[in-house]
Every structure is written in C-alpha cells, then in structure tokens.
Design a protein around this ligand. Sequence first.
Ligand SMILES: Nc1ncnc2c1ncn2[C@@H]1O[C@H](COP(=O)(O)OP(=O)(O)O)[C@@H](O)[C@H]1O
Ligand SMILES: [Mg+2]
Length: 320
Amino acid sequence: MRWQEYPYNFEGLDKMLERISSKKIALDRLRPLPSIALKSIKESLTLEWTYNSNSIEGNTLTLVETKLIIEEGITIKGKSLREHFEAVNHQVAIEMIESLVDKNHLLNVHDILIVNGVVLQNIEKEYAGRYRTSGVRISGANFVPPNALKIDDLMTELINWVNEYPIDIVIKAAIVHHRFVWIHPFFDGNGRTARLIFNLLLMQAGFPPAIILKNDRKKYYDALNNSNNGDYSKLLLLVLQALERSLDIYLASLTNTYEDYLPVSQIVEDPHIPYGQEYVSLLARQGKIDSFKEGRNWLTSKQAVLDYIQNRDRNRTFNS
Ligand SMILES: Nc1ncnc2c1ncn2[C@@H]1O[C@H](COP(=O)(O)OP(=O)(O)O)[C@@H](O)[C@H]1O
Ligand SMILES: [Mg+2]
C-alpha cells in the first residue's frame, strides 16, 4: 500500500474531529482576540513548543531555563553552548513559521531547507539547511530511512501531495509529520523541522500549534513505528490530543478573560479595589492595566487591577 493510503481511522475519530472543529469555531467566534491575552497565551505556547520539541530530542534545559535564555538572554551555568543555541534557534524558527502563516503561502522545498537551517544554525556548519548525502539510521526505529539519492524526489512528492490532496487538514498534518521523519531528509533536526512544518499547516488553517509533549515521547515513538508499519491511527490520535489541548488552553484563558471583564464603574464597586473610577480609567487609558475599550467604556477585571497593585508594590521594593 502507498503511504498516502495507509489507514488512520480509530474508534471515536469522528467524534473527536467534530469536537475539535466546534472548539475551533468557538475560538473563531472570539476573533479578533484581545491582544494582551493573546500575547500571553502565544508566548507561553511558544515556550512550551520550544521546550518540548528540544527536550524530546535530548536537550536537557528545563522549561524555566529555556524561558530565561529566550526571554532574558541569560546563559545557564553548566549547560552547553549547543543547548543554548537549540533554544534560541527554535524560537527564531517559530517566528519564521509565523511569518509564513498569513500569506496564504504554498509550502515549498525552500521553506523546509530554511527552517532546518535555522534549527541548526551555529551548531551544524556543513549540513544545516541541506539534505543529507549519505545513509542514516534512527535508533530504536523499525526501518532504515531511504537512500540519500532518493530524497529530492521523495520530498517533492510529499510537498506536491500537501499542496494538492483534498483531505482534512488535521489528518493531512499528521501524515506529513510521519512521512517527513520517515524520509529523514537531513542528518539532524528532522524531528524539530517536521514539528515546525506540520504546525505551519495547522496554523495556516487557523489552529493553534499542536505540541507533542516530552512526557509523551514513548507514545510518540511507538506511534511513529506503527506508522512505519502502515497504520497512522496512533499518531493521529496523539496529534489530535495535542491539538485539542492547545485549543482548550486558548478557550479557557480567553473565555475567562471575557467573563471577568466589566466596565470600570462596576469594577471599582468591589471592596478589594482601593481606587475610584477616575483613577482606574486613567490606568486603563495609559495601558497600565489589562483592559480594552468597548464603545465608550473601558472594560477591565478585578484581577487586572490587583495585578497592577502587586506589580507596583514590587517595583517600589526594588527601587527603594
Ligand atoms: N521509529 C521512528 N520512526 C520514524 N521516525 C522516528 C522514529 N523514531 C524517531 N523518529 C523521528 O526522528 C526524530 C529524530 O531525528 P533527528 O534528525 O535527530 O531530529 P532532531 O535533531 O530534531 O531530533 C524524532 O523526533 C522523530 O520525529
Ligand atoms: Mg537530533
């Protein structure tokens, strides 16, 4: 059987696809998403993506260390330069993927080479962003990746399939993920590049990125081995679970956000808020609290004001 025709069905697949599709519709209804909330969810998912994708491949940085490196430019004592570069490179690669999302962009070979080049920059001199030129083995895998001479054609076939074949995008993304690592076009960075490219497809379809968690590494490798044997179902399930988790994260924080937002006049009635309406409105206008304007009113939340107070107190302590 050809790889395009391997089965992927499992019990409950239709239900799961339906649920995911209704969560996506719910998310789309909230658009345009409030920018402050969006920024914070995006940042935390991006960090998780970088941490988990690198960690699956053996990077020993923790989530917090990864965050310090990416957001603060701090170096972590005892960790190799390579591990630092892996964190930073992955972050840059995500930004690159994001820049391709808006443009109704058709995937091409160039994208894949560039993404791999970024993943391996400052780490691998000769082969970053270049297909491998000889054979490789994947440890623990139940197959040997194809001869290096075939990579060009196999990748072209895959990319054409991605751009032409009419099939649910989520199923397509899972199949691409597998086919990519099966071809194993690079000496290194295949897993990270595959997870970046497959998320590009999901994000182009309006989904958040699906993050394969480090904790699911064994399940993930089993699922890949099943796929090598001609059955995508385990991998599809894993991908759908990852995707649903990201949708849940978005929906939870955005809907909470919305429910808690009230006009400033109501927020200040809460006995825990030590400010009057005028002052809170001022903070809102100045962008000092999480808030947004609806019609003529500023909406904010009790939590936003309390966060402001807490931050202000902390800054005082620092400055004194
Ligand atoms: N049994 C397997 N079958 C197919 N692909 C596999 C298997 N085991 C691992 N892989 C893929 O190979 C990737 C590791 O390849 P590698 O080139 O080292 O990528 P990276 O450097 O990003 O880790 C894994 O992330 C996974 O996607
Ligand atoms: Mg590797």
